[in-house]
Design a protein around this ligand. Structure first.
Ligand code: PMP
Length: 383
């Protein structure tokens, strides 16, 4: 097996996170909502500790943190959960971008079927959603704007800070899918004026199957987001169902580690990107980056090798590195990336593009070697 360079699809669990998870499974197996015994109390205190760890990383109040099964669920609650409020107020217009994750795009599509009006903004060719294009669509009946922080395929950092600033003056709710930035762009995330935020623990070296929804309070008042599933009153009814205590504890620990280490981690991933640039430069292969690298996260690169089919490249380079061409959530059935398509790239360019994404613990020597091997494969496939 080659070196793992598909961190944007899922990052390996940190050993310290795994240790917490195992400990909770072995020793704290109570239900966090059992009120009648110490085992329940113990589980509850673990969940509340995790809530504080998430809140601390994001710079929010612990009462604003709700645990979910991950960003897909969080995005669904963020959007579908506003239906009652929309019906009560007549605000039934949603704005989003065409490069959002399917968990936003498909949810918005479902809302459209229920009578909502939706404007979908295309990015410019550099993969960046223009603020004025979004603001230009805001109307009196706009309920929600949903724009991601970092795109999962290109790594392009979207102008959500400026957008949040502007939207906060306009009585429009702002949802940010921060799945690819949570634990990485920590200072930036803390500054964004959003109302709702989604993330998944597995992108910041926590386990798969847990994540968070942040609902910011406005003058101590909760947002009008309601549950979309019915059942128990867990997570104040926002996300009914038994709280997976070990997963939640692990999510909290991953956030705590990210808060302690994000500055060092950033330096490390930056060095790896530099190594990628250098290796590409000296290789003599024909390539270009997709998306403006001056606004790209340092742990992702989307690269086009003209004349080299990405499917062939990924298969032929499998023994050297695990990379991808698009989002894992849509990669079962091959269709050209809708993100690159929205950026105006031709089908040929899209079919010649791959995504490489990495984390701080990837050793630089192995990283360089695997990129060199990948580029040798590129040369052998180039037509
Ligand atoms: N949003 C973004 C930007 C993502 O990258 C992902 C995962 N690829 C999701 C949402 C969905 O996360 P999950 O599959 O963990 O629910």
């Amino acid at each position: 097996m080659g070196i793992y360079l598909d961190y944007n699809a899922s990052a390996p669990v940190d050993r310290r996170v795994l240790d917490i998870m195992i400990d909770v499974y072995q020793n704290s197996y109570g239900n966090a909502d059992s009120r009648t015994h110490d085992h329940g109390d113990k589980a509850r205190s673990i969940v509340e500790q995790a809530r504080k760890q998430v809140a601390s990383l994001l710079g929010v109040n612990a009462t604003e943190v709700f645990f979910t099964s991950g960003a897909t669920e969080s995005n669904n609650i963020a959007i579908q959960g506003l239906q009652d409020y929309a019906n009560e107020t007549g605000k039934k217009h949603i704005i989003t971008s065409s490069i959002e994750h399917k968990a936003v795009l498909e949810t918005v599509k479902a809302m459209k079927k229920k009578g909502f009006e939706v404007d979908i903004i295309n990015p410019n060719p550099s993969g960046y959603v223009d603020i004025q294009a979004v603001l230009g669509k805001v109307r009196d009946d706009t309920l929600l704007v949903s724009v991601m922080h970092v795109n999962n395929e290109t790594g392009i950092i979207q102008p959500v800070q400026e957008l949040g600033e502007e939207l906060s003056k306009r009585n429009v709710l702002f949802h940010v899918d921060a799945t690819q930035s949570c634990g990485k762009l920590v200072d930036e995330l803390r500054k964004i004026k959003y109302n709702i935020l989604s993330f998944s623990a597995h992108k910041l070296q926590g386990p798969q199957g847990v994540g968070g929804l942040i609902l910011r309070k406005k003058r101590y008042k909760l947002l009008p987001v309601k549950q979309i599933m019915y059942g128990g009153q867990q997570e104040h009814g926002i996300r009914p169902g038994t709280i997976p205590v070990a997963l939640v504890a692990a999510c909290g620990k991953a956030c705590e580690i990210a808060e302690q280490e994000y500055i060092d981690n950033h330096e490390k991933v930056k060095l790896l990107k530099k190594a990628l640039f250098e290796t590409l430069d000296v290789s003599g292969v024909n390539y270009h980056f997709n998306g403006d690298q001056s606004v790209c996260i340092d742990s992702t690169a989307n690269i086009c090798f003209p004349g080299v089919m990405s499917e062939a490249l990924m298969l032929s380079a499998k023994q050297y590195c695990s990379i991808s061409n698009g989002s894992a959530c849509t990669s079962k059935s091959y269709s050209p990336s809708y993100v690159l398509e929205a950026m105006g790239m031709s089908v040929d360019e899209i079919e010649n593009s791959i995504r490489v994404s990495w984390g701080a613990e990837v050793p630089e020597i192995e990283f360089r070697e695997s990129i060199e091997q990948l580029l040798e494969v590129v040369k052998s496939l180039a037509i």
